[in-house]
Ligand binder design. Structure first.
Ligand SMILES: Cc1cc2nc3c(=O)[nH]c(=O)nc-3n(C[C@H](O)[C@H](O)[C@H](O)COP(=O)(O)OP(=O)(O)OC[C@H]3O[C@@H](n4cnc5c(N)ncnc54)[C@H](O)[C@@H]3O)c2cc1C
Ligand SMILES: NC(=O)c1ccc[n+]([C@@H]2O[C@H](COP(=O)([O-])OP(=O)(O)OC[C@H]3O[C@@H](n4cnc5c(N)ncnc54)[C@H](O)[C@@H]3O)[C@@H](O)[C@H]2O)c1
Length: 452
C-alpha cells in the first residue's frame, strides 16, 4: 500500500492551500476531490458572485459620475465572462497542474477507513499517510418548506444554480437575508428580476451591527427589493400563475424561482469520522487551536464551522501546514474581516456594539457620515454614500470592532481589521496619517468622536 506524507481530502481553497504548501516543501502528497478542484468558492460561490455583481456595480458607478451616463449591460457577454472565470466547470488544468507538482491526484469521494497509521480510501484505492487534512467545505441548508422537494432544480436554486444561471428569472423569492441572500438578491434585482427576500431573522444581515443592517435595508428599499423580515416560507406549490410561496405571516408571493440562502452546514457526512473514533455529532468538526482533530488528523475551512470565508480557510491552511512542518502555530480569529459585496459594499470586523457589551467590554462607539466629513465620496460620485462605525474598549483603549458601508469598503475595512487584530491603541491610530482624498480618512473623524 502506498504510504504518503499527507492526504488532502477536498480541494477547495482550504485544501488547495494545504496541498500547494506541502508540495512546495517537497512532501509526498495525494489529493482527493469529489467534484472540481477549486471547490465551491471557485465555481459556485465567491468567484461567480463577484463577477456577476461587478457589471451592475459599474453601471451604478457610471450612473453616479458627473459627465457619464448609465452604460448598457450585455448579459450574454457578462455570462460568458462568468463562464470563463468558473473555467466552464472544467478542472482538467488543475488536475494536470497538481500532477506536474508531484501530487497523486484522485477525482473521487474520499473516506477515512482507519488510523495508526491514517488510511483513506478513494476510488477503490487505499492510501496510508502520516497526516490527513480534511477540507470538505460546506453545503447549503435546505429549510423544511412543504412542497420544496416536488419543485425541481429549475425552480429551487441553491447557490450553485443561482451562480451558474443562464437566464434572468422574471421573479425570485430569496429565502434568507444574510450574505448569500443579500448578494444574490441584489444581483437578481439589478438584472431585472422582481425580488422578494424572506428573512426569518429580525433584519437583513442580522448578525451585524443594527446600524449597518438598517443602511442595507434602506438601500434594498431604494432598489425596489421587497424585504419581509421576521417571517419564513412555510410552503411552496404551483398555481395557474406559476410558483407560489406561502409565508407563515399568511401572505403569498408569486415567483419563478425560489433561491435558498438560509445558511450552510459543514460537510461531514460520509467522511468516515465515526469509524476512526472522531465524534462530530453531525455538526462541524471540533478542531483545537492548531486545527487538529487527533494526532496527524487536521481540518480546515468551512468544515470547521469557523467563520465560513475563503480567507479563513486559507489562514487555517497556514496554521495546519506550519504545525505539520514543525512550527508551533495557534489559530487566532481576532479581526477577521467580513464583507458582503453588495452595492454599496458592506464590511465589518470584530465585535458589534451588542456583542461587545455582552462580552463585558466598556463600550464606547462612534459613527460618521463620510459624506459630511470627506472629499473622497464627492470626488467619487455625485450622490455619495459612506458610513463608518467604530466600537472601542474604554478600559484598554483599543478598537474591538468596526463596520463600514460605502464604495470599496471591502478594501478600507482592513485598517480596522489590522487595528483590532494587533490591538493598536486608539491614541496611535489618532496620530496616523491617511492619504487625501480617500475613504480611509474617515477613520480620523470616527476616532476623534470616540469619547475615551
Ligand atoms: C454564494 C456564496 C458566495 C460567497 N462569497 C464569498 C466571498 O466573496 N468571500 C469569501 O471569503 N467567502 C465567500 N463565500 C464562502 C466560501 O465559498 C467558503 O468559505 C469557502 O469556499 C470554503 O472553502 P473550503 O475549502 O472550506 O470548502 P469548499 O470551497 O466548499 O471546498 C470543499 C471541496 O471539498 C470537496 N469534497 C467534499 N467532500 C469530499 C470528499 N469526501 N472527498 C473529496 N472531496 C470532497 C468538495 O467537492 C469541494 O470541492 C461564499 C459562499 C457562498 C455560498
Ligand atoms: N462575501 C462573502 O464573504 C460571503 C458571501 C456569501 C456567503 N458567505 C458565507 O457563506 C455562509 C453562508 O451564508 P448564508 O447567508 O447562506 O448563511 P447565514 O447563516 O449567514 O445566514 C442565513 C440567514 O438565513 C435566515 N434563515 C435561516 N432559515 C431561514 C428560513 N427558513 N426562512 C427565512 N430565513 C431563514 C437566517 O435568519 C439568516 O439570517 C456564511 O458563513 C457567509 O459568511 C460569505
Amino acid at each position: 500500500m502506498e504510504h504518503l506524507d499527507a492526504v488532502v481530502v477536498g480541494m477547495g481553497p482550504g485544501g488547495e492551500a494545504v496541498a500547494s504548501r506541502l508540495l512546495a516543501e517537497g512532501r509526498h502528497v495525494a489529493v482527493a476531490e469529489a467534484d472540481l478542484i477549486g471547490g465551491e468558492c471557485g465555481y459556485y460561490a465567491c468567484i461567480p458572485t463577484k463577477v456577476l455583481l461587478r457589471g451592475p456595480e459599474a453601471q451604478r458607478e457610471a450612473d453616479g459620475v458627473a459627465g457619464l451616463s448609465r452604460p448598457e449591460l450585455d448579459w450574454e457577454a457578462l455570462r460568458s465572462y462568468r463562464d470563463g472565470m468558473i473555467r466552464h466547470l472544467d478542472d482538467s488544468a488543475q488536475v494536470d497542474g497538481y500532477r506536474d507538482l508531484g501530487a497523486r491526484v484522485f477525482k473521487g469521494r474520499a473516506r477515512l477507513v482507519g488510523r495508526d497509521p491514517w488510511r483513506v480510501v478513494v476510488n477503490g484505492t487505499e492510501l496510508q499517510a502520516d497526516h490527513v487534512v480534511l477540507a470538505t467545505g460546506s453545503e447549503p441548508v435546505v429549510p423544511p418548506i412543504a412542497g420544496l422537494a416536488e419543485l425541481g432544480p429549475d425552480v429551487v436554486w441553491t447557490n450553485r444554480e443561482a451562480t451558474t444561471l443562464t437566464a434572468i428569472p422574471e421573479r425570485a423569492v430569496v429565502v434568507g437575508g444574510s450574505a448569500v441572500g443579500v448578494e444574490l438578491g441584489q444581483f437578481l434585482a439589478e438584472l431585472g428580476s422582481r425580488v422578494t427576500v424572506v428573512q426569518r431573522g429580525p433584519r437583513l444581515l442580522d448578525r451585524e451591527d443594527e446600524r449597518l443592517c438598517a443602511l442595507v435595508s434602506e438601500q434594498f428599499e431604494r432598489d425596489g427589493i421587497d424585504v419581509r423580515t421576521g417571517t419564513q416560507v412555510s410552503a411552496v406549490g404551483r398555481d395557474a400563475h406559476g410558483v407560489v410561496a406561502h409565508l407563515d405571516d399568511g401572505t403569498r408571493v408569486e415567483t419563478d424561482v425560489v433561491v435558498l440562502a438560509s445558511g450552510r452546514r459543514p460537510r461531514v457526512e460520509g467522511l468516515g469520522l465515526d469509524e476512526v473514533g472522531v465524534d462530530t455529532g453531525g455538526g462541524a468538526v471540533a478542531v483545537d487551536d492548531r486545527c487538529r482533530l487527533a494526532p496527524g488528523l487536521w481540518a480546515v475551512g468551512d468544515l470547521t464551522g469557523q467563520a465560513m470565508f475563503t480567507h479563513v480557510a486559507s489562514y487555517q491552511a497556514r496554521v495546519v501546514t506550519d504545525n505539520l512542518l514543525g512550527t508551533d502555530h495557534r489559530a487566532d480569529y481576532t479581526g477577521v474581516p467580513r464583507v458582503v459585496f453588495s452595492h454599496p459594499e458592506v464590511a465589518a470586523v470584530g465585535l458589534t456594539q451588542e456583542q461587545a457589551r455582552g462580552a463585558g467590554v466598556d463600550v464606547v462607539a462612534s459613527e460618521v457620515d463620510l459624506t459630511e466629513e470627506l472629499a473622497r465620496p464627492w470626488t467619487f460620485e455625485t450622490e455619495p454614500q459612506g458610513r463608518l462605525g467604530l466600537v472601542a474598549d474604554r478600559a484598554s483603549g483599543v478598537l474591538v470592532g468596526a463596520w463600514a458601508f460605502g464604495p470599496l469598503s471591502s478594501e478600507w475595512i482592513h485598517t480596522a481589521a489590522l487595528a483590532v487584530r494587533a490591538r493598536i491603541p486608539v491614541s496611535t491610530l489618532r496620530r496616523s496619517i491617511f492619504q487625501f482624498p480617500t475613504f480611509s480618512q474617515g477613520y480620523l473623524a470616527a476616532l476623534d468622536r470616540l469619547e475615551m
